[in-house]
Design a binder for this molecule. Structure first.
Ligand code: NAG
Ligand code: NAG
Ligand code: NAG
Ligand code: NAG
Ligand code: NAG
Ligand code: NAG
Length: 690
């Protein structure tokens, strides 16, 4: 029984839906959002009276922000005429800004007019936010129209889309500013502070160049800026729809009406940049928007190689902290240079070192030892390795020094019982000489040996004292002496900058060639990090243009390509890139062969659109033959007027009317269809309609 009931219910639901779906929708909902403004927060509201001023806003809508922009943000004569007293705050007319406005979702419901086939909204006391917004805060003065208090200061916007059927029209009557953009082009321009004005647009006859079945943006902007009247009338058969909602529930919203980065997302950490979640974030139940905020650490860049930039968590200011230079094996830290970073010098430099360290970090000394047991080897920190005879001649010419094969010094006394030449030598020798005796006891004079076996020293003897000493060979600049030759030593040019290649030139000058960090990829920025001592290849970031042009790098140049949105896999589900929102998905709107009498139905299964008659038929479809002439004439209200004339005055009358009215839209009240007995004859359409 229960099962049967459910089945019945399902059947009935399907049936009910089918019936409902074939009826022409009786209402059209415009997803408007109102930004409540106040004269004390924006001087553009309640200025002295003005007049209609076209040309205030740019003729192309900014597709990303989808709000109008002033042609000039200066205090031009035109802005003044349009009573834009504060051009810089114009940007908050249609965008959330907690300091000057309060956003309020305020859908407008247009009712289907069976006789004219259009949806209509008409209100000459258009005060949709009385008692709301700033009124509700009680903080600011409430304005009066003389007898009643009304909220006279607000701006309304509708960001929507429509699929062009080929028959659409749009009529607006009201005060004050109105701008309508179709396909991002300005189509209605009633800017300025003015009393009731009217504008209409026939999408077919206009210069918009729309293509049937294509979907376009429809953006409507309206401001009420002044006491004491507020009129609003819209007549249209433009079936706009909302392609997407943000997490605030706002149609085509960006999240800004319910998320404010400075308040909603404030994590009270001055070192993070708080951002609201992207519009399409799904807020799970039990969670709040603030759970989805992002908090990016504030970056504090600096190019001082000895300091790192960081953010002071107490006040959010960037501060510099001195880096600690890391120890480097076999190098001694000298200090830090602001432009080149940590400075080191080789620990084991000098002619007595190999330049290398052992595992314990101790310098490995140069081996100056030779194999001759008759030499004494040593290293001089200035001149390097040297050797001297182990057994030098003594000052006494009677003793001959020699060295045996096992390195033992043997002093042979040749004085031969007093016959030595000591006295003879004492007479002859200068301080830099020494003597030996010959067999006859005569003194043989020798010059002292200045050679120490080190080719990089030059021996000399002090003529006054006879002391033999060694001077190192002096080489130019960065060259050092090795085996008697001056050779280029790159290590002498070490500037401790990892980002230069240090070399000693043939002329003895140091050269510093920047490290070649080129990775041959023109899409990376190659730099050398002196702190880390390595090449850094940062990919070139090519910025996106808007939300639908993706930036990429090609051969070193930034280019953009259209964003590709993932396919939905269903014929009736459209995916496309919207400049304001990125990839969006919405139901396909099918057009029909005769949009006024038929609806287009989309089928995933057959992947096609079919036309289905509305059931019941709208009034304008009942007298098909006449109606089609009138309808095709294009102007809905006028069409209905024409229809009446065609019926009452015949084709001649209709032609006459058409000529005299030049297709201008007439007020619905003048429409003979709405009058029971025009020309004192029974109106069959008036009585006959059901
Ligand atoms: C003020 O508003 C009331 C009701 O909203 C209306 O009846 C009246 O005519 C308005 N007065 C003026 C001066 O517009
Ligand atoms: C730091 O290094 C640069 C480049 O090598 C040099 O010109 C400058 O004199 C150095 N500054 C100090 C304070 O040593
Ligand atoms: C290095 O940078 C620090 C921090 O900016 C600055 O205080 C210091 O004076 C600089 N030193 C030299 C030698 O320029
Ligand atoms: C070294 O040689 C000398 C002479 O040839 C000899 O007298 C002496 O004993 C030797 N010394 C050693 C330690 O072998
Ligand atoms: C080397 O330096 C000297 C001065 O020290 C200079 O006169 C000479 O031109 C330099 N040579 C080169 C090749 O740079
Ligand atoms: C078509 O299929 C998609 C994906 O399953 C679905 O979301 C959509 O409602 C379908 N539309 C129609 C008209 O059946």
């Amino acid at each position: 029984m229960l099962k049967l009931n459910i089945l019945l219910f399902v059947l009935l639901s399907v049936l009910a839906f089918t019936i409902y779906a074939d009826e022409i929708p009786s209402t059209l909902k415009l997803e408007a959002i109102i930004f409540d403004q106040h004269p004390s927060l924006d001087s553009n509201f309640e200025p002295e009276g003005g007049n209609l001023t076209p040309g205030l806003v740019k003729t192309s809508l900014n597709q990303v922000s989808r709000v109008p922009e002033l042609v000039s943000t200066a205090q031009t004569a035109l802005n003044n005429q349009g009573r834009i007293k504060s051009p810089t705050t114009f940007k908050w007319w249609f965008a959330s800004n907690p300091a000057t406005n309060v956003p309020i979702q305020s859908p407008m419901v247009l009712n289907y007019q069976d006789r004219s086939g259009v949806y209509s909204y008409s209100n000459s006391y258009f005060f949709p936010i009385d008692g709301k917004g700033w009124d509700a805060t009680g903080k600011y003065r409430i304005y009066s129209n003389g007898s009643v208090n009304h909220n006279f200061h607000f701006c309304l916007k509708i960001n929507s889309k429509f699929t062009y059927k080929g028959t659409e029209e749009f009529l607006f009557v009201g005060d004050d500013d109105v701008w309508v953009f179709i396909d991002n082009k300005l189509a209605v321009d009633l800017g300025g502070l003015h009393s009731r004005e009217q504008a209409s647009i026939n999408l077919k006859s206009s210069t918009l160049g729309l293509k049937v079945d294509k979907t376009y943006n429809f953006d409507f902007f309206y401001c009420e800026r002044h006491t004491t009247a507020s009129n609003m009338r819209i007549d249209t058969n433009l079936e706009v729809f909302c392609p997407y909602y943000d997490y605030c529930g706002v149609c085509s919203g960006d999240g800004s009406t319910c998320c404010n980065a400075a308040t909603t997302c404030n994590d009270n950490k001055p070192c993070t940049i708080d951002t609201c979640p992207p519009w399409n974030t799904v807020i799970d139940s039990g969670k709040s928007i603030s759970d989805y905020c992002s908090h990016t650490p504030k970056s504090c860049p600096n190019d001082n190689q000895c300091y790192t930039g960081s953010c002071n968590t107490a006040n959010g200011n960037c501060q510099q902290t001195k880096i600690t230079c890391p120890p480097i094996a076999c190098q001694v830290l000298i200090g830090c240079n602001n432009s080149t970073g940590c400075q080191y010098k080789p620990k084991c430099s000098g002619p007595c070192n190999t330049g290398k360290c052992d595992a314990q970090g101790e310098c490995i000394a140069r081996d100056c030892q030779g194999s001759d047991p008759c030499k004494v080897y040593s290293c001089d920190p200035n001149s390097g390795c040297s050797m001297v005879d182990k057994c030098p001649q003594l000052d006494n010419p009677c003793i001959i020094a020699s060295c045996s094969a096992n390195g033992t010094c043997i002093n042979t006394d040749i004085s031969q019982g007093g016959k030595c030449c000591k006295d003879d030598c004492d007479d002859k020798l200068k301080p830099c000489q020494y003597g030996t005796c010959d067999t006859d006891g005569k003194c043989i004079v020798h010059e002292k040996d200045l050679e120490d076996g080190n080719l990089c020293t030059i021996g000399k003897c002090d003529p006054a004292t006879g002391v033999v000493s060694q001077d190192p060979v002096v080489c130019d600049g960065c060259k050092d002496c090795a085996e008697g030759n001056c050779i280029q030593v790159d290590a002498n040019c070490d500037d401790s900058n990892f980002c230069t290649i240090d070399a000693c030139s043939a002329s003895g000058n140091c050269t510093y060639t920047p490290t070649n960090c080129d990775d041959q990829d023109p899409c990376t920025i190659d730099t050398c990090d002196a702190k880390e001592g390595k090449c850094v290849h940062t990919p070139l970031v090519c910025p996106d243009e808007g939300n639908c042009q993706v930036g990429y790098c090609s051969a070193g140049e930034c280019k953009v390509k259209p964003r590709e949105c993932p396919a939905t896999g269903a014929f009736c589900l459209i995916t496309e890139c919207d400049e304001a929102a990125g990839c969006i998905v919405y139901d396909k709107r099918c057009t029909s062969d005769n949009p006024k009498c038929q609806r287009g139905v989309c089928s995933n299964e057959t992947a096609e659109c079919v036309s289905r008659d509305y059931d019941p038929k709208p009034f304008i479809c009942k007298t098909a033959a006449v109606v089609s002439t009138a309808v095709i004439a294009g102007v809905t209200v006028a069409g209905a007027v024409a229809l009446g004339l065609a019926i009452f005055g015949g084709k001649k009358g209709y032609d006459y009317w058409k000529e005299t009215h030049d297709n201008k839209i007439s007020m619905a009240t003048e429409n003979p269809l709405y009058v029971q007995n025009p020309a004192s004859a029974e109106n069959p359409l008036y009585t006959g309609n059901t």
